[in-house]
Write a protein that binds this ligand. Structure first.
Ligand SMILES: Cc1cc2nc3c(=O)[nH]c(=O)nc-3n(C[C@H](O)[C@H](O)[C@H](O)COP(=O)(O)OP(=O)(O)OC[C@H]3O[C@@H](n4cnc5c(N)ncnc54)[C@H](O)[C@@H]3O)c2cc1C
Length: 331
């Protein structure tokens, strides 16, 4: 929200979130912060609002048509949409996980470089849980990933997400998760792939920049990517404008985009990947510590709230692990 140069209308915000309730292996802990750490929105309404904002400042919106290929030469760039095409000078590819534009920049994701989510929308009256201003997170239910129950307006968003290389049958894992939390299992489920951030990927080619999921900018530990999609889109726009002014739209002219993404959030995405791998490699220890100690979870919540970074969090946590582990064993 702090990246946007306008406010979100109140009616878009379905729930203000102040904390998290974390479950692991029969242990549960809930932490609330004195400040808001997140808001919950529904994507159709939120995305539609953002699209309207883009149109207000002059973007021309063409909906319902898919880009099938790109063509670039010394004078400009062209996107093919069926038999039609649109010509411009620089393309910013923000076409999500299955990006067509990314094919012109980098190789496909390997299986250990993306995750799978299965999500459902369950009406309020089918959920007998007392959750309002916190998110409910369950570790140990989806391989290296987690299950979630998020309270929206009139419904709960419920799902699981984990590494594609580990989550054997995502829908079966989702059904087990629903059953274990007492939620209805005969719900409509939708599966989505999601890139893991922190993996080195090319994001710039001649007359072409990748932003958001197309560039792989997603927190590998939480699966959050909206903030990175917004920020990388802004940076891509700024760098494209400078490149157009200088007339240098080749890789070298656009490279400042890679540098600025790296400087602003690239390092933190790498730390999120290391954290995810470390925490899941030693999940018994890390997750038990997180689910049993208010300070460990409380400090972590400052990361998604953008008051701290993974780097700072790990620098704080790692030297304290022996002490926390000893406390856990003796308690
Ligand atoms: C189940 C689930 C839950 C999530 N929850 C959260 C969360 O709570 N918080 C968070 O921060 N992130 C969350 N994420 C991640 C977040 O959704 C993404 O990181 C974010 O949407 C990326 O934005 P984007 O604009 O790059 O891509 P997208 O939102 O995927 O948008 C890509 C757009 O490009 C269009 N498109 C694709 N191909 C073409 C084509 N060939 N031609 C034309 N258009 C095309 C698509 O129709 C779409 O409109 C979640 C992801 C999943 C799967």
């Amino acid at each position: 929200m702090s990246y946007l140069d306008f406010d979100l209308p109140g009616e878009l915000i379905e729930q203000d979130i102040y904390g998290a309730r974390l479950h692991f292996d029969g242990t549960c802990i809930e932490i609330k912060k004195p400040y808001r750490i997140a808001v919950l929105v529904s994507r159709t309404r939120f995305d539609h609002f953002l699209l309207g904002k883009a149109e207000e400042v002059g973007a021309r919106i063409v909906q319902g048509r898919r880009v099938s290929a790109l063509d670039r030469d010394r004078d400009g760039a062209r996107v093919m949409v069926g038999k039609d095409s649109y010509r411009g000078r620089i393309i910013i590819g923000s076409d999500g996980f299955h990006s067509v534009t990314a094919r012109y920049v980098r190789r496909k994701h390997r299986k250990n470089e993306y995750g799978i989510c299965v999500a459902s929308r369950i009406p309020d009256d089918a959920v007998a849980m007392d959750i309002h201003d916190v998110v409910d997170i369950h570790f140990g239910v989806a391989g290296e990933g987690y299950g979630w129950v998020f309270p929206h307006k009139g419904h709960f968003s419920v799902g699981i997400g984990g590494s594609a290389s580990q989550l054997g049958s995502p829908k079966a894992a989702m059904r087990r998760f629903l059953a274990s939390t007492g939620l209805p299992t005969d719900v409509k489920m939708q599966g989505f792939p999601i890139p893991a951030g922190g993996v080195r990927r090319d994001i710039v080619a001649d007359r072409l920049l990748l932003a958001g999921d197309a560039a792989g900018f997603v927190d590998a530990f939480t699966g959050e990517g909206i903030a990175y999609a917004i920020r990388s889109g802004q940076l891509a726009g700024e760098v494209a404008a400078t490149a157009l002014e200088s007339g240098s739209c080749c890789v070298r002219g656009l490279d400042p985009y890679r540098v600025r993404c790296e400087r602003e959030f690239g390092r933190d995405l790498r730390y999120s990947l290391h954290s995810a791998r470390l925490m899941h490699r030693f999940s018994g220890l890390f997750l038990r510590l997180m689910a049993s100690d208010a300070e460990i979870l409380g400090r972590y919540l400052e990361v998604p709230a953008r008051r701290s970074s993974y780097q700072k969090y790990l620098a704080w946590l790692l030297p304290r692990i022996p002490c926390y582990a000893a406390r856990l064993i003796f308690s």
